[in-house]
Write a protein that binds this ligand. Structure first.
Ligand code: SAH
Length: 347
């Protein structure tokens, strides 16, 4: 891939319009080009309503990001489909499509690997590769839509990577995904999950986007959070909660707190009490996720009884918590697991 070429799918329509007019082409060509990109064409020469000259110009200056399906697994229990995509530089990312009553939801990756190194997460164990472009994030959705012949109605940025560590590309993706010309998925149908980069939560809040913010909290205090999430040493619990309060004030949106339940680590009733003090007065929801046991960790998921006690304790303090449905448990559908296995098989 020629490094001076730009990823055309990462551009806003207005940007392409002004580039084209600057270089002597009609402005309306940009909209025509986007229609083809939305359809998923892989080459400018397929765009048969534009001239050969324009097609050659595009080819000299831009590339169309493509993702190859390296592996595709379908759950036998539900309609969950997991993809391992190969990028142009032979790096790999994962994505998952889940079927819900209201339609299809897709969980996409924002980075190859991750720098955050949360102790329970398979992606972190594989180190960091690179940021994905906005175009590569869009392409994950387009490829799945074309492959399954469905329309994705909800997107969650909860796959590999820390979205706010790739802030500019992710914001670009959010704006593109919600624009009619690129994907047309309403901002209210998009969720972004972060391990808590407080400074970026402030920046995101100022954009006042109507997306849903999920915050991976996983612990009610610094002692436990420092042990399982190294990022807490940079942005501790109180700085994170302050940023979340700012986010709610600015956007008027409810935050969803993710809390993975790990036996003997963060799942006691006293943790629930501490958590309810921390979240008191915030418009929020707590999502409890029994930890997915991954290789190289000894974490065990909390029992259903423990999880119910935790929910009941939060309820006493008027905090709504639900246990997350686990879909695709037979296909390693959780973050980073498939890629980890794939690499081990290749060794
Ligand atoms: N970096 C982002 C998004 C990717 S991870 C974040 O941290 O939020 C998506 C979610 O899965 C996060 O809440 C993460 O903490 C959680 N997660 C990762 N590994 C897990 C595991 N083994 N079991 C349960 N949840 C896990």
């Amino acid at each position: 891939m020629d490094s001076i070429k730009q990823d055309i799918k990462s551009m806003y329509l207005e940007e392409l319009e002004s580039k084209l007019t600057e270089d002597g082409y009609e402005k309306y060509r940009a909209a025509q080009i986007y229609k083809w990109l939305k359809k998923g064409v892989k080459n400018f020469s397929y765009m048969h309503n534009i001239s050969k000259k324009l097609s050659a110009y595009l080819d000299n200056n831009y590339y169309i990001s493509v993702l190859n399906i390296e592996k595709k697994l379908k759950s036998e229990y539900d309609d969950t489909v997991k993809y391992l995509f190969r990028l142009y530089d032979d790096k790999y990312v994962e994505a998952v499509v889940m079927k819900y009553k209201h339609g299809y939801s897709m969980c996409i990756s924002t980075q190859v690997g991750c720098k955050m190194n949360c102790s329970f997460c398979a992606t972190g164990k594989q180190g960091f590769g690179r940021n994905l472009t906005a175009g590569e994030m869009l392409t994950q959705i387009q490829v799945a839509q074309n492959d399954l012949e469905i329309r994705i109605s909800n997107v969650v940025l909860m796959g590999m990577g820390e979205p706010l560590d790739n802030y500019d590309n992710v914001v670009r993706f959010l704006k593109l995904a919600s624009s009619e010309y690129a994907l047309g998925i309403g901002m209210r149908h998009i969720s972004l999950s972060t391990c808590g980069l407080s400074d970026k939560i402030y920046s995101l809040a100022d954009l006042k986007l109507q997306l849903t913010l999920s915050v991976s909290l996983h612990a009610p205090n610094d002692k436990i959070r420092n042990e399982i999430m190294p990022i807490n040493k940079k942005y501790n619990v109180s700085s994170l909660i302050k940023a979340c309060k700012y986010y709610i004030k600015k956007t008027n949106r409810r935050i969803s707190f993710e809390y993975t339940m790990i036996e003997g680590v963060n799942d006691t009733v006293s943790c629930a009490k501490e958590l309810s003090r921390l979240l008191s007065g915030m418009i929020c929801h707590v999502n409890l996720i029994p930890v997915n046991q991954i290789k190289d960790t000894e974490y065990i998921r909390s029992s259903n009884k423990k999880i119910q006690q935790f929910i009941d304790e939060l309820a006493k303090h008027n905090i709504v918590a639900t246990k997350r449905r686990t879909l695709g448990s037979d296909i390693d559908a959780s973050c980073g697991q498939l890629r980890q296995k794939f690499y081990e098989e290749k060794k």
